[in-house]
Write a protein that binds this ligand. Structure first.
Ligand SMILES: Cc1cc2nc3c(=O)[nH]c(=O)nc-3n(C[C@H](O)[C@H](O)[C@H](O)COP(=O)(O)OP(=O)(O)OC[C@H]3O[C@@H](n4cnc5c(N)ncnc54)[C@H](O)[C@@H]3O)c2cc1C
Length: 316
């Protein structure tokens, strides 16, 4: 069979995008907005759970620039907490601070060993905690409005690159044809796999693994402090992303309920471990999480009464 045997008239796209995460969907919106014929193929379906929730000043600024440069206001809306709330989703949190607290086993956290960074307020952008289930869906919808053909539940398993077209094949045997291909499938990159671009074993392999979920009932950290532990700063730990750091790992705490009128009670919680200190012992993720939390009294107070609302994910 040649590359074009299965092609019907009119189904050649300018660009095929694999994956409809924020990266793939934002690109689809930009290209379709410029008049390109775009098809975006997604293995799963939205809305779906994803991490990569805490923005950085650079990411906000780049989203603002992309939206401005290519005339896609939907991308620009992500660059400021207020516009996210107005246009995108009321389920996102704010990130006005970045906190780092250093813990020792068996002891209350010593606030002298902590950092609270407060990025300057700028007129154009601010950082947020993106509730990806709603934000990614919003961007896919925008891409579709600009004319992108979107197909979900399509697991692309094969690709063939010819001189002037690329052919994609799904697990079910469906074919898609395009002049250009963009691989937005994330770290499992189909393109890297197919073109044998991976270094095995890679020198970039980290010695870390993570376990994470979304929880409800995570109190503001400030509310768990004793009277003598308050630093009386203008900013609160709860106003942004908080990191609890200990010998051999760190937790992330990314609340979605840290602004007035918040509608999402959830908090993204994760634990990253140095595998040389914490090799995989085969424990269920939640048991390992609770065990390490329990060794650190101030972290235990922070997660007291918190429960996971979805299955834990374990990497590594
Ligand atoms: C532990 C951890 C913490 C992180 N924390 C942060 C953070 O705080 N802030 C931050 O900015 N970033 C963070 N990141 C990074 C962030 O998650 C990623 O950079 C971001 O999600 C990448 O977006 P993307 O659109 O490129 O890919 P993804 O969001 O991964 O989307 C890829 C899409 O491709 C689809 N797909 C995969 N294979 C196929 C296939 N064969 N066919 C069709 N579709 C396919 C998937 O279903 C998925 O929808 C973190 C990452 C990790 C692992």
């Amino acid at each position: 069979m040649t590359m074009s045997d299965n092609r019907q008239a009119g189904d050649m796209y300018d660009v095929a995008i694999l994956g409809s995460g924020l990266g793939g969907a934002a690109l689809a919106a930009i290209l379709a907005r410029q008049g390109q014929r775009v098809i975006m193929l997604e293995k799963g379906a939205h809305p779906r759970f994803a991490i990569g929730e805490a923005m950085l000043p650079q990411s906000s600024m780049l989203l603002w620039i992309l939206g401005e440069r290519f005339g896609v206001p939907e991308i620009q809306h992500l660059s400021k907490s207020e516009s996210i709330r107005e246009h995108v989703s009321a389920a996102c949190g704010v990130k006005r601070t970045i906190g780092f607290m250093y813990h020792e086993e068996g002891k209350r956290q010593d606030l002298a060993k902590s950092h609270l960074l407060v990025p300057p307020v700028t007129p154009l952008v601010s950082e947020s905690h993106l509730f990806r289930a709603e934000v990614d869906q919003y961007m896919v919808d925008a891409a579709v409005r600009y004319g992108t053909t979107y197909r979900d539940r399509i697991d692309v398993t094969g690709l063939e690159i010819g001189e002037d077209e690329v052919v994609l094949r799904s697990a079910e045997g469906e074919e898609f044809h395009a002049r250009f291909l963009v691989d937005g499938t994330g770290y499992k990159s189909l393109l890297a796999h197919t073109l044998n671009l991976r270094e095995e074993p890679t020198r970039l392999r980290t010695q870390s693994r993570s376990i994470f979920t979304h929880m409800t009932g995570v109190r503001p950290y400030d509310a768990t402090l004793r009277d003598d532990e308050h630093l009386h700063l203008r900013s609160q730990w709860h106003e942004g992303t908080l990191h609890h750091i200990f010998d051999g790992g760190w937790f992330w705490v990314i609340p979605f309920n840290n602004q007035e009128g918040a509608e999402n009670p959830l908090c993204s919680v994760g634990l990253t471990l140095d595998m040389t200190k914490y090799p995989d012992r085969g424990l269920p993720a939640e048991e390992e999480f609770r065990e390490i939390v329990g060794r650190h009294p101030s972290i235990a107070a922070h997660f007291e009464g918190a429960t996971a609302v979805r299955p834990w994910v374990a990497t590594g």
